[in-house]
Design a protein around this ligand. Sequence first.
Ligand code: NAD
Length: 392
Amino acid sequence: MVIKPKVRGFICTNAHPSGCAASVEEQIKYVKNQGPIENGPKNVLVIGCSTGYGLASRIVSAFGAGSKTLGVCFEKEPSERKTGTAGWYNTAAFHKEAEKAGLYYNTINGDAFSHQIKADVIDLIKKDLGQVDLVIYSLASPRRTDPDTGETYISSLKPVGDTYTTKTFDTSKQIVHEITLEPATEDEINNTVKVMGGEDWELWMKALNEAGVLAENAKTTAYTYIGKELTWPIYGHATIGKAKEDLDRASAAINENYKNINLKAYVTSLKAVVTQASSAIPVMPLYISLMYQVMKDEGCHEGVIEQIDGLFRKLLLTENPVTDEVNRLRMDTVETRDEIQDKIKAIWPKVTTENFPELGDYAGYHEDFLKLFGFAFDSVDYDQDVSPLADW
Ligand code: NAD
């Protein structure tokens, strides 16, 4: 079939297999160009391995450090008539490249929040790897079913405390307009913490440790976004920020609970980038477009692969990494610098639908958005008939 993007609101409902492969290849090339990572982890488990920051973590582990990687994701398989999800094609492309490079790979597709998937992962580690020495927790999900009670929780993207009125960019109508976001109820806050907080990360570490598959001196990290004043009302100080605060609690608990094997847990704060998860958050497309413009002008723009490659080389894999006051690894220090934030703040009140393409990097945002689904790659002929099928 000929596959063209079908964008609906903040999501693209199809994906292009060759474009997703091009995206994976580009990221691999970037990592290889940075040179090998010495003394990296041997066996890496990436939970949320198929897109965004998790995929980049898998690529840096495999093609930077030469690690064996086991991934967990939740993706839809293609059929003759319907494309698979981008994460499906990314994983197929990653497997192909890992195979060519002689690197071990395996991926489990299913609900990472469930007991079953944790058990399946543990069985596979025992069978193929023995133990893992790095666990990346990079899930982004709008819902979670508690594996003990069977209750399903839905997360909210709402301010906490007061109603918040701000500008946003509607990616489907292509207009800059004001929105008023009503504050979350107590239940909505608690449910968001249940979905995106640290509980499931702790359950993973507990299950892995009890099964004896966590190596001595292993490391683990979960990803967060902290941001600054412009995004605090809808992110840092909002429902999702409350969930992310819970990661700090979980990180401290994990460090305390697994001292006996000298496990080191960190929350890592990464910069805002275009991913399927961030596209769904109100205000973020506008903020990211303006931030991209400012950071590109300043020559300090970074995408997912640059961020994760830097994280692994400069912080995560080093002996005693520099942390902030709550033991977090910080890869967001350029984005949150006052000079950068002040420039974004100066543009913010001036942006209208008409001048947005000039003042912000909407073109860059939109291209990155299409690339998430395998579109907008120069190397791909999108008029060509391609099979939507791709095996893992
Ligand atoms: P993403 O949407 O690109 O990736 C989410 C991953 O989670 C995918 O691999 C998906 O398959 C997997 N997943 C979702 N639900 C699952 C389930 N139930 N079971 C198994 N796998 C499941 O998201 P992302 O933006 O890369 O986010 C990853 C992490 O990075 C999140 O914690 C996010 O908050 C954080 N982060 C993102 C940004 C940003 O700007 N995008 C910035 C800083 C931190």
